[in-house]
Design a protein around this ligand. Structure first.
Ligand SMILES: Cc1ncc(C[n+]2csc(CCOP(=O)(O)OP(=O)(O)O)c2C)c(N)n1
Ligand code: SF4
Length: 349
């Protein structure tokens, strides 16, 4: 059977400030299983980029290998894209970002791609605070290779064949906070109301932003006994709702005073958090780690913006690299001549 994506769209479809419709942010037709959480995440990325008025050619999409890593083909067809090797997306992202700091880097990975073969690369891209959004589409299994357990599968979670996982899970959000990530959020593919503002905030953040998104695999890990199924996630999710107000837009929403907390980002945009009863300080690393651990040991899944550090230096700041993308530097700037080299050498004596 051949699937063709319909070209027709409503003539009065809403347009953003660039005069573009949502269709301009779509990609090819998805080949994932119907109902896969990854497709909902793609739809949220499309919404976030449309609403942020991002020109698609200003985005670079990067991924590893897996069903999740296939998804950049299904959004932003007008963007740059590189589908790399299993677990190696972070080094490709680092190289591309170092060469051209003017693009928005969106990395998409899976829990297998990140928490097993890619764990080493993940750790280093986090601690270097590379300016990128790193999305883990977390289904607790290796979907593409037919559902083996991944390292994020919870202890006691059952496979489709009834086998119980005996190992401790790796919580990527906690690992990332521990080793220096400057923005960490968790969400659920089925909660677009939370995921879209979280994506917008992550894109606006200057530095490394991890989004660990529970994204059920309907084919291999959506049964009773699995802790990454739609039913289990819906039942145990404890969302901290957020709004995102872009720079230059007035904050109009009116909430009861004391019930919200505004976090101002570098570019002037604002993340507005709706306080939960047990709200903690999301700008305090220890407090964030403690809150996530407490919710998880009580069987809950805390979602929302879990941690932010607005003062961290991103990699270009730390290295003092050229302000302009390397491909815009002319021969004269790249080779300023022997007198300039002599002055550098003199400065080092
Ligand atoms: C070097 C290497 N080892 C193993 C594989 C086989 N492989 C392909 S995808 C995958 C795991 C995918 O799992 P995940 O990243 O969680 O993505 P999902 O398919 O669940 O979205 C594996 C082990 C590979 N392609 N390359
Ligand atoms: S196998 Fe699982 S992860 Fe892969 S497309 Fe199907 S539902 Fe999604």
């Amino acid at each position: 059977m051949t699937f063709i994506k319909p070209e027709f769209r409503h003539p009065n479809a809403p347009k953003n400030n660039l005069g573009r419709t949502r269709k301009d942010y779509e990609g090819g037709l998805s080949t994932l299983c119907a109902g896969c959480g990854h497709d909902s995440i793609s739809a949220s990325i499309i919404d976030a980029c449309f609403e942020l008025n991002i020109e698609p050619h200003r985005v670079a999409k990067l991924s590893g290998i897996g069903c999740s890593s296939k998804t950049p083909a299904y959004f932003l067809s007008g963007s740059h894209s590189f589908n790399s090797v299993h677990g190696r997306m972070p080094s490709v992202a680092t190289g591309a970002n170092m060469a051209n700091r003017d693009l928005i880097y969106l990395g998409v990975s899976g829990d297998g791609d990140t928490a097993s073969i890619g764990m080493g690369q993940f750790a280093h891209v986090v601690r270097r605070n590379l300016n990128m959004v790193y999305i883990v589409e977390n289904n607790g299994c290796y979907g593409l290779t037919k559902g083996q357990d991944s390292a994020t599968m919870d202890t006691g979670s059952q496979s489709k064949k009834g086998q119980v996982n005996i190992y401790s899970p790796i919580d990527l959000a906690r690992v990332a906070i521990e080793i220096g990530a400057s923005f960490v959020g968790r969400s659920f593919s089925g909660d677009r109301e939370q995921l879209v503002p979280l994506l917008k905030a992550a894109i606006s953040h200057r530095g490394f932003a991890l989004l660990d998104v529970i994204s059920p695999c309907v084919t291999f890990n959506n049964h009773e006994g699995s802790t990454k199924s739609y039913a289990h996630t819906r039942e145990h999710v404890e969302p901290m709702p957020i709004d995102f107000v872009p720079m230059r837009q007035e904050i109009t929403a009116n909430y009861e005073s004391g019930a919200t907390h505004d976090v101002c980002m570098h570019d002037g945009s604002v993340v507005r958090l709706h306080k939960a009863n047990d709200e903690y300080d999301i700008e305090d690393r220890q407090s964030a780690l403690q809150a996530i651990a407490q919710h998880s040991s009580a069987g809950g899944i805390l979602t929302g913006l879990l941690y932010i550090n607005r003062d961290g230096e991103e990699l270009h700041d730390a290295l003092g690299t050229a302000r302009r993308p390397l491909n815009t530097l002319a021969q004269k700037e790249l080779c300023p001549g022997s007198r300039f080299l002599d002055s550098i050498n003199d400065g080092l004596r």
